[in-house]
Design a binder for this molecule. Structure first.
Ligand SMILES: Cc1cc2nc3c(=O)[nH]c(=O)nc-3n(C[C@H](O)[C@H](O)[C@H](O)COP(=O)(O)OP(=O)(O)OC[C@H]3O[C@@H](n4cnc5c(N)ncnc54)[C@H](O)[C@@H]3O)c2cc1C
Length: 805
């Protein structure tokens, strides 16, 4: 038994084996993978092996494409087969909404350089003779994808890793993990103790239990899942090639050829979680009892949509468990507070995603940087709100919706309302339609009296459109009130706080009483955050950022090792607030404060503690709408009172409540990018324009400094731009392709309608040489090539006079 390894990977399913291979490939040869049983004996062995390259997140799609392409490389490197059936795939649409979805992913695929084509149902039938055409409206064909053999793929990963020096030890169970003071780990197994610098939890069905060994609760749960394999189908006999892998959204079915029969799997509505509290330790190479009754509604639909299947018997029925995170994407990356501990679990599509997970995790472990944007699979997208009960409810929703479309404006209803601020009921009484961000309810828009506060899910403009327009106009012409509690807030205090912040952030740290836009970079010079820092006192700072990134940023702060005289604390649940925006915002606030807040006395980007109405507050003069604005922060016990005081003072000025949808519109009119959508760890200061806020002159070696300077000297390869778009029916939502002479040249990161300026808007990236004011492009929005003109200066208040006035 070995006693030392640079990294111990716990779990020999397809994910752990991919991590092993990728670490070996970058030169980490002193590797040991442990499995408590046979390789693949968890979820992996009974998978259907289907591979698809398209995902609702473009960056995950890219990693899925990498995974698919990797199988050929693995075969070449090892001489072993992965059992690849390169059949490609089709998605069948049965409604206009589903057709819109296919058009959107076709546009995205062009940006991702993947081969897709919108085809007729008749053409789809040529590729899959089993389809009953009358149920469908159209289809999307994709070149990539097919299926692989689960066992062969895993063996190929291991063989390739072994050839590079990595080792695998089966029938060795990890029973305890103890961290030494230097951050390395004692990995206790039933065969002895191994000292490892790094530990990877790729425990699949048992990842929760492996997590408990270090005291963490991993938000995942396994679900039972069936597929059936039919007896040989006469329709398939003699065909020159296998039928194409087929996804049927309405049937909630996937189907592919298996031998001369068909394999049909379904995500049934009667979803059944498995091993809710504890995965049985001895559940290896086992299946669960079949429950055909449970999946019969979906099977009946499947037999109607693919009628040949009903004419033959069933050869095999498989019911096996595999794990899901609350949103269905994997849980990958480091864990705050646990040095050198890595997650690679919650993977519900190991054959589509396993390669990409291994790739990014190996880079992350090697250089503390996954090398590309992986926010959609980063475990830090969940915080402590993802309790086991929450996970139970959300994973069930996710399982049941696995083959349903998620519309861009759709808010998933399960486990809601959950996290609520004190004004939740007040806002609901005013017609608020809520969304959830990091589990916290926030108002998206307000339905006026007489209008039902419900938004129809669509890829086009929804019923919210006129109401959001009214909110935008009220903000631009009068004053509006927005609840900001869903922004993430952090307090950094202590004697060493300024010094530490100076190193962590690329901007100048403001003087007391002032605030600044604060880009945060990683060592490679990529954007880790676009926050604001307000210096309340010389040793007290309030940092505000994106709500969804709370755990992501807290983990990053922890990784920047605050010294003993610096205290970093999340204020996400301990500070609640409002933004006042609009030309009359000052009048409303002045009515509630004794201090002079005239422009001369309380300038743009000032911050001050003051009483607002009855409540002690911190007030910042800033906002995200491009208007004169204030952000007011109080502890939750004052939140309701603050709201009521603001409403009372605002009544004289016709103040309205506005929501997140209006913010999206108002900020696009100002060419403002937003972290998560537009600014992500794929982009740099020069590309995003955040270089304007980087202090290149400060005498501090801030994180990412060398890379930012190198980029400034060389020039950014692409630029963040705003487009005014001729889009009569629908607005861009993100990752649509930007075309020049029908060739892909760029992509959209977000879009919407500019209600004040009266045009559809999109923001995204273009090569620098093309990012010229007035240049004309086309954006493929739901199949229409819409004229898109670069507007280098914001269409609204280009000189920023209103927010400074
Ligand atoms: C019926 C069915 C059909 C599926 N079809 C597809 C499909 O078509 N396409 C697709 O991409 N995915 C499919 N999947 C999902 C796929 O199987 C999973 O995504 C994948 O297997 C997850 O692999 P894993 O490595 O994360 O976990 P697992 O395969 O569960 O492996 C975890 C390993 O960790 C080991 N382990 C756990 N704890 C310890 C410990 N303490 N010490 C040592 N070792 C430990 C276990 O022994 C096990 O071997 C399907 C799943 C099912 C059930």
């Amino acid at each position: 038994m070995r006693t030392h390894a640079r990294a111990v990977i716990i779990g020999g399913g397809v994910v752990g084996c991919s991590v092993l291979y990728h670490l070996a490939r970058i030169g980490w040869t002193d590797l040991l993978l442990l499995d408590k049983n046979e390789l693949t004996s968890g979820s992996t062995w009974h998978a259907a092996g289907g591979v698809t390259t398209l995902n609702s997140d473009a960056n995950v799609s890219r990693l899925q494409k990498y995974t698919f392409d990797l199988y050929r490389d693995l075969e070449a490197a090892t001489g072993l087969s992965c059992g690849i059936h390169h059949n490609g795939g089709i998605y069948l649409a049965a409604s206009d909404g589903q057709m819109d979805f296919l058009k959107l992913i076709h546009s995205r695929a062009r940006y991702l350089k993947m081969q897709t084509e919108l085809i007729s149902v008749a053409e789809a039938k040529q590729r899959n003779v089993l389809i009953a055409e009358e149920f469908f409206k159209g289809a999307l064909w994709r070149e990539d994808g097919g299926y692989v053999d689960p066992w062969l793929v895993t063996q190929a990963y291991v063989a390739a890793a072994r050839a590079m020096g990595a080792q695998v030890q089966r029938y060795t169970k990890v029973t305890a993990l103890n961290q030494r003071s230097d951050g390395s780990w004692d990995v206790t197994t039933d065969k002895g103790v191994i000292h490892a610098e790094h530990v990877v939890n790729a425990g699949g069905l048992w990842a929760r239990e492996v997590g408990r060994q270090v005291g963490i609760t991993i938000p995942l749960l396994a679900y039972e899942h069936h597929y059936i394999v039919t007896e040989p189908l006469p329709e398939l006999a003699g065909l020159p090639r296998e039928i194409i892998n087929t996804s049927d959204f309405t049937g909630e079915i996937y189907l592919r050829q298996e031998g001369q029969g068909a394999l049909l799997g379904t995500y049934e509505q009667a979803a059944v979680p498995w091993a809710v509290h504890e995965t049985p330790d001895d559940f290896h190479n086992q299946l669960l009892p079949n429950d055909i009754e449970r999946i019969s509604p979906e099977l009946e639909r499947g037999f109607r949509h693919f009628p040949a299947l009903s004419k033959v018997g069933l050869k095999k029925i498989i019911n096996g468990p595999f794990t899901f995170a609350p949103d269905g994407n994997p849980l990958v990356g480091p864990v705050k507070g646990l040095q050198n501990y890595w997650l690679a679990c919650g993977v519900m599509a190991g054959f589509s995603q396993g390669g990409g997970i291994g790739l990014v995790l190996s880079r992350w472990m090697d250089r503390n940087d996954p090398g590309q944007d992986v926010l959609a699979m980063d475990a830090a997208r969940f915080g402590i709100f993802a309790t086991p009960r929450y996970t139970r409810i959300k994973t069930e929703e996710n399982y049941r919706r696995r083959f349903r479309l998620a519309y861009p404006n759709e808010e998933m209803p399960a486990a809601r309302p959950f996290r609520r601020t004190p004004v939740f009921d007040r806002l609901r009484e005013r017609g608020a339609v809520f969304g959830a961000n990091f589990g916290l309810e926030n108002a998206l828009w307000f339905a006026p009296p007489g209008v039902e506060p419900v938004e129809e899910p669509t890829y086009r403009r929804s019923n919210a459109f006129p109401h959001v327009r009214a909110e935008c106009h009220a903000v631009r012409s009068g004053v509006g009130l927005y609840e900001t509690s869903n922004y993430a807030k952090y307090e950094v205090t202590g004697r060493g706080a300024r010094r530490w912040l100076d190193r962590v952030f690329a901007c100048r740290i403001p003087k007391p009483g002032r605030m600044a836009i604060a880009p945060m970079l990683n060592p490679a010079g990529r954007i880790m955050g676009d926050l604001s820092i307000a210096t309340i006192a010389e040793d007290r700072f309030l940092i505000v950022g994106s709500g969804f990134a709370e755990a992501f940023h807290l983990r990053w702060f922890w990784q920047q090792s605050p010294p003993d005289d610096v205290f970093v604390r999340s204020a996400c649940s301990t500070l609640t607030g409002f933004a006042l925006s609009g030309p009359q915002a000052r009048d409303v606030l002045q009515a509630l404060v004794d201090e002079d807040i005239s422009n001369a006395a309380f300038r743009f980007f000032a911050v001050r503690e003051m009483a607002v109405g009855m409540s002690p507050a911190v007030v910042q003069r800033c906002g995200f709408t491009g208007e004169l604005g204030y952000e007011i922060w109080v502890t939750p016990d004052y939140h309701l009172q603050l709201h009521d005081d603001l409403v009372a003072a605002g009544a004289a000025f016709g103040m309205v409540h506005y929501g997140g949808r209006a913010i999206s519109s108002l900020r696009l009119e100002k060419n403002y990018g937003s972290f998560n959508k537009d600014f992500r760890p794929d982009y740099t200061p020069g590309e995003t324009g955040l270089d304007a806020f980087v202090d290149f002159t400060k005498n501090v070696d801030f994180v990412g400094r060398a890379a930012a300077i190198a980029e400034r000297e060389k020039g950014a390869a692409r630029r963040f731009v705003t487009f005014a778009v001729d889009a009569p029916h629908a607005d861009a939502v993100g990752y649509e392709v930007v075309l020049k002479d029908n060739q892909p040249v760029g992509h959209v990161t977000s879009g919407g309608y500019g209600h004040w300026v009266g045009t559809s808007l999109a923001v995204g990236y273009l090569p620098t040489e093309l990012a010229v004011h007035g240049a004309v492009f086309a954006i493929d929005i739901l199949g229409e090539h819409c004229r898109a003109v670069v507007t280098a200066r914001p269409l609204h208040d280009p000189d920023g006079l209103r927010l400074r006035g």
